[in-house]
Design a protein around this ligand. Structure first.
Ligand code: CU
Length: 227
C-alpha cells in the first residue's frame, strides 16, 4: 500500500506491475531528455546573439527534426504495445472471481464454487481496531491463492465503478451491462489494498478493496470454511 506523502508508484507485487514500472521509468527518461534539450535551446536563444538571420531553409536539420520525433514515438509505442498484449493474456486461469460494484460496496462471487459469495463493506472509522487503516479496511477480504493466474470478472449493478489495486497493476472499469476481465497473479503473499477509481457517487471514497493473497493450502482451508 501507499505510505504517507508518497510520490512514486507502490511496490510491484505482480510481474505485470514490474513491467509497467519499467515502462514508466523508460518513458520518464525520454521526457527528461527532451525537456533538458528544450531548456538548453531556450537558454541559448535568450543568452546569445542571433546569427544566420537571413537563412531561408536548411534541409539537413529539417530532415533530422522530422525523423527524430518519429523514432522517439516508436521507442515509446513498441514497449507500450508489448505490455498491453501481456495484460490481455488469460493464460488458463486457476480460479475465477466475479466482482460487482454497488453504491457503495463491492460484492464477490467465486464462480468455481457452488455457493461462495459475499459483500465487502468498508469498516467505519469508529469501528477500527488499533493499527487498522482508515478508509481502506473492509469487513470481508477477498482471499485468493498466490502465484496462480486468477481471472477477475468485473461488472456493476448500478453506476460506473472501477476496480483497482495499484500494487498488482490492476484497474478495470465496472460497467453496468458489461463484463470486463482482468488477470491477477501475485508473486508473494500479503494484503493488497485498492479503492474504487471512478467517481461513482457521494460515498465513492468509502468502497475500498482488500485482497488477501495466501498460499494455496490456506486458500483451500478458507474456501471450505466459507461453504
Ligand atoms: Cu464506485
Amino acid at each position: 500500500m501507499a505510505y504517507p506523502s508518497q510520490l512514486g508508484l507502490q511496490d510491484a507485487s505482480s510481474p505485470i506491475m514490474e513491467e509497467l514500472m519499467n515502462f514508466h521509468d523508460h518513458t520518464l527518461m525520454i521526457v527528461f531528455l527532451i525537456s533538458s534539450l528544450v531548456l538548453y535551446i531556450i537558454t541559448l536563444m535568450l543568452t546569445t546573439k542571433l546569427t544566420h538571420t537571413s537563412t531561408m531553409d536548411a534541409q539537413e536539420v529539417e530532415t533530422i527534426w522530422t525523423i527524430l520525433p518519429a523514432v522517439i514515438l516508436i521507442l515509446i509505442a513498441l514497449p507500450s504495445l508489448r505490455i498491453l498484449y501481456m495484460m490481455d493474456e488469460i493464460n488458463n486461469p486457476a480460479l475465477t472471481v466475479k466482482t460487482m460494484g454497488h453504491q457503495w460496496y463491492w460484492s464477490y462471487e467465486y464462480t468455481d464454487y457452488e455457493d461462495l459469495s459475499f459483500d465487502s463493506y468498508m469498516v467505519p472509522t469508529s469501528d477500527l481496531k488499533p493499527g487498522e487503516l482508515r478508509l481502506l479496511e473492509v469487513d470481508n477480504r477477498v482471499v485468493l491463492p498466490m502465484e496462480l493466474p486468477i481471472r477477475m470478472l468485473i461488472s456493476s449493478e448500478d453506476v460506473l465503478h472501477s476496480w483497482a489495486v495499484p500494487s498488482l497493476g490492476l484497474k478495470t472499469d465496472a460497467i453496468p451491462g458489461r463484463l470486463n476481465q482482468a488477470t491477477i497473479s501475485s508473486n508473494r503473499p500479503g494484503l493488497f489494498y485498492g479503492q474504487c477509481s471512478e467517481i461513482c457517487g457521494s460515498n465513492h471514497s468509502f468502497m475500498p478493496i482488500v485482497l488477501e493473497m495466501v498460499p494455496l493450502k490456506n486458500f483451500e482451508d478458507w474456501s471450505l470454511s466459507m461453504i
